[in-house]
Design a protein around this ligand. Sequence first.
Ligand code: MV4
Length: 450
Amino acid sequence: MFKKILIANRGEIALRIIRTCKEMGIKTVAVYSTADAESLHVKFADEAVCIGPPASSESYLKMSNIIAAAEITNADAIHPGYGFLSENAKFSKICEEHNIKFIGASPEMIEKMGDKASAKATMKKAGVPCVPGSDGILESYEQTEKLAVEMGFPVMLKASAGGGGKGMRAVWKKEKLRDAWDSARHEARAAFANDAMYLEKLIEEPRHIEIQIVGDSRGKACHLSERDCSIQRRHQKLTEETPSPFMTDELRNEMGLAAVRAAEFIKYEGAGTIEFLVDKHRNFYFMEMNTRIQVEHPITEQVIDFDLIREQILVAAGVPISGKNYTPKLHSIECRINAEDPYNDFRPSPGKITTLHAPGGHGVRLDTHVYSGYTIPPNYDSMIAKLITTAQTRDEAISKMKRALDEFVIEGIKTTIPFHRQLMEHPDYLAGNYTTKFMESFKMEAPIED
Ligand code: MV4
């Protein structure tokens, strides 16, 4: 087993990883930028190394500084968390070359799944359902138009290097295809220096349902059921839940089997997520694979009583998994608390937290690195906490969430707490009747003055 793990991340996820390491008797090294000197992950780690100035490109993304920090502290593994270097093939390779275990995917796996057209081709070969469309990369506009007309509109143009919706265009008629082609390619070239595109049939009003999987070094994989992440705004998830209110036992079996087939086909090692689009008829299609731990992993941990970070560490150390698939017996919901003003188009609201009162009680979990007196730097993601409630039923998890949100006091900055409080009363949310289009029509009600 590893003796010392360096956590190449910040914020709540760095703290989350440190907690599991402590429970496993593994020493921890935090790295931090000068903007994060007062962060809890720095205080709770056994050692901490400053790796640069506030800009991510000069600190949390600076591979040479992170490797140097691992070498001077004698860390034998690096956990990258999510974001930053977690799906960077070059970093995974550099760790390998320095004999430091990267607790994540191999460089080859990251490359294969990072290119969306190649990931899709691989999944098709594995027998995982994929959205009908082009066989790989489009060679010309003429070919694209011919194929789109054959398939029938609406279609979706997607950048192969994409993700997060960049370089993606829905096209409803032939007359609009040329402009969409030009602008999507332009956007992809600017964002990824790669304008390779592929084409799919548009899935209208889909749900985003993902399956958590874990694979081990023997090539065995299992699934840990689903998370419904359909409530998103500009490709940022706001809240997630498991089980999905749209799920049936039959669909879970099929999707779980497809996810396990996918993971075993590519001999995936570690924790990963297979993202699917699910249409209104409950047809499901492979969308993307994430080769990292995800922000929303705690809801899965809550319903199956399983520490996913511990599992990642064990698998990275070569320990085989049990191989059992899971069906949740509880219901869990996560609300992402962001330093943003929901009354003002979710505009970022960094600054000093003057008062903080955290909710608690049975079935309430709060993953956060912030505290009273902490200043949120403007340099990073605006997520400051994840509030997770777990209960026997969906209705009880929602009641608990309402209660916990009401207890949660954060003063000095604006947060998304009022948004979540209103969401928990929305008739379509309460009915479990929502798709990825939900936020397009959501309107905040006026705040209650007091
Ligand atoms: C789609 C789609 C509809 N049809 N593909 C969005 C992110 C990207 N990686 C894939 N995405 C989508 N792909 C087809 N063929 C709709 C989306 C989509 C979406 C998916 C999941 C969650 C939120 C979304 C918001 C807008 C569009």
